[in-house]
Ligand binder design. Structure first.
Ligand SMILES: [Zn+2]
Length: 280
């Protein structure tokens, strides 16, 4: 893919942040360049109005003419509307440094930007030029694979909602999230199935079979508008639910899906009570 020249880029240019999440189809988010002079830890970045998350991190930021404008990096916690990508100028500079030793594991020092090469007798844990602490990618990957990501994603979600993590945790693998008049119960079945079940409690079916049938009919019709969540009845209890496998529990999916679940659980609970007299 051709690299864009920094001088050709300007704020307002349309971009797509593309990624290939393992085993899945290409995933893209779209937006425009908002800031070409952004930095993160003094590394030059491009800020864009497109989400950058698990599905497209590490992928290219592409311009409308098919040029690479950067490498998708992350979305800052304090600004979820913004995505950051490593600038193409920084990418080009790194490629020039790396090309002569292509194939070996190397990183750039976060402080002095020197290129550091992995060592057969053990990777350095600090930069030999400036003594800044460094972590090689092979070590980062082992660490990431060894810990389940569900807890991290849930932590980020809870903090993003300005809730206190200890207030909403009910044991190691359970959370209770109150939004409006509804509460959503989240259970991570880590040991058996690996599924994460989220269920917003909406009330109980009326005892009268005719009234209960009317509620069923209503929920079936409403289900059409509910993606990725769906209504679920367990005995006489009505839930709005989301079931997701731990290996696909990405913040980029969970954040919008659960936000819709919390919001709709609140809305439908009030509506079911008003319309069909469904109570707790
Ligand atoms: Zn250094």
């Amino acid at each position: 893919m051709p690299l864009a020249e920094n001088a050709q880029l300007k704020a307002g240019d349309e971009i797509a942040a593309i990624g290939y999440e393992t085993g899945l189809d290409a995933f893209s988010t779209f937006g425009t360049i908002t800031d070409l002079q952004a930095t993160h830890n003094s590394i030059p970045m491009v800020a864009v109005s497109a989400a950058v998350h698990y599905d497209n991190i590490g992928g290219p930021l592409i311009t409308a003419t098919g040029h690479v404008a950067g490498v998708n990096a992350f979305t800052p916690d304090d600004n979820p509307e913004q995505g950051l990508a490593l600038s193409v100028a920084s990418l080009r500079e790194t490629l020039e440094l790396y090309n002569p030793i292509k194939g070996t594991v190397a990183i750039r020092c976060p402080e002095c930007r020197s290129l550091l090469v992995a060592n057969e007798t053990g990777n350095p844990d600090e930069c030999p030029h400036c003594n800044a602490p460094v972590i090689f990618p092979s070590e980062v990957m082992e660490d990431d694979l060894s810990k389940p990501g569900v807890y991290e994603v849930m932590g980020k979600l809870v903090r993003g909602m300005w809730l206190n993590e200890t207030d909403v945790k009910r044991g190691m693998d359970n959370w209770e999230i109150p939004v409006g008049c509804a509460t959503t119960y989240i259970e991570y079945d880590y040991h058996k199935s690996g599924f994460v079940y989220a269920k917003g409690f909406l009330g109980r079916l009326p005892a009268d079979p005719e009234k209960a049938a009317a509620v069923y009919q209503f929920l079936l019709e409403e289900n059409e508008h509910q993606t990725p969540n769906s209504f679920l009845c367990v005995e006489n209890r009505i839930y709005l639910a989301n079931i997701r496998f731990m290996g696909e529990f990405y913040y980029g999916y969970i954040q919008p899906a659960y936000s819709a679940l919390f919001r709709d659980a609140d809305r439908y609970k009030a509506l079911l009570k008003e319309k069909f007299d469904c109570t707790e």
